[in-house]
Design a protein around this ligand. Structure first.
Ligand SMILES: C[S@@+](CC[C@H](N)C(=O)[O-])C[C@H]1O[C@@H](n2cnc3c(N)ncnc32)[C@H](O)[C@@H]1O
Length: 260
């Protein structure tokens, strides 16, 4: 059955039962990082069976259709994904970092728009999700453009050390970061990135889900830093794969360390 989401070219309010059911199960998801009914693995099977091999755009299309038609998932989705695409196209980054890879959807979108000589490092906490992302990226033919690392920047050193020792992270090398992991870790991880000196003036950081589930400390920090170390655009948008629940995506340009 089709979705009635557009009339006369306008998006219609649209809230899915599967989204509401997912929201009720959110506390469990935020502990385990999989929905618990095998849908992440089902997605990987669906992509490898239905998307054209070696075609990133087709993999994205197949994932969006799966999430609208079969199982709701917490990918950034098509509406907010367009904001991510535009920020990457504006920034023209060469070294990119993603926190929270899940099944590889945002990595696919990132690879599709980043310059040919760019490389994405995707940090994923749960090895089962990292493995699913690798399968999908492999099928889409872009596994060589993304390094998926199992870990977390907040692990006290090993992941940040690996980025510096094995992957060329250093002073001013990081052009773009996408935060889409544990919402309570957004602020400490941004501050860790700042303290390592990886950013340079003009680096861009995009953060998803700032309104829902919400990252209030991160949002407050960027408002306090406005015009000092950061300049931020607040994109008012909707949570993934529906049009009634509102969300906010922040797109922040790093201005450099304040001297004052
Ligand atoms: C919302 S999903 C990411 C969606 C993905 N960015 C996309 O749009 O396709 C959040 C992911 O972050 C992972 N995660 C949670 N805490 C993390 C942490 N501290 N570091 C890295 N990954 C984390 C979870 O396992 C989960 O796969």
């Amino acid at each position: 059955m089709g979705r009635l989401t557009e009339i006369g070219g306008k998006r219609m309010p649209f809230l899915r039962w599967s989204f509401l059911r997912f929201m009720l199960g959110m506390p469990r998801f935020l502990k385990t990082w999989q929905v618990g009914d095998g849908r992440e693995d089902a997605l990987a099977r669906h992509v490898t069976e239905h998307a054209k091999p070696g075609d990133v755009g087709d993999a994205i299309r197949i994932i969006d259709n799966f999430c609208y038609g079969q199982s709701f998932m917490v990918n950034i989705g098509d509406e907010k994904g367009a904001l991510l695409d535009a920020a990457i196209e504006r920034c023209r980054p060469r070294q990119l970092l993603e926190l929270g890879g899940y099944c590889g959807y945002s990595a696919l979108r990132t690879v599709r728009v980043m310059p040919d000589d760019a490389h994405l490092y995707s940090i994923e906490f749960l090895s089962a999700n990292a493995e699913i992302a690798q399968r999908i990226l492999q099928h889409a033919g872009v596994a060589d453009r993304v390094t998926v690392l199992v870990g977390s920047l907040g692990d006290g050193g090993p992941t940040a050390d690996a980025l510096e020792r094995a992957h060329g992270f250093g002073a001013g090398t990081l052009d773009f970061a996408f935060l889409d992991h544990d919402k309570n870790a957004y602020l400490p991880d941004l501050q860790l990135i700042e303290s390592h000196g990886w950013l340079h003036p003009g680096s861009v950081v995009v953060a998803d889900n700032v309104r829902i589930p919400g990252a209030p400390k991160y949002w407050t920090y960027l408002r306090e830093q406005e015009g000092r170390t950061w300049r931020t655009i607040e994109h008012r948008t909707h949570a993934e794969y529906q049009t009634l629940i509102k969300d906010v995506v922040l797109e922040s340009d790093y201005l450099g360390q304040s001297t004052g």
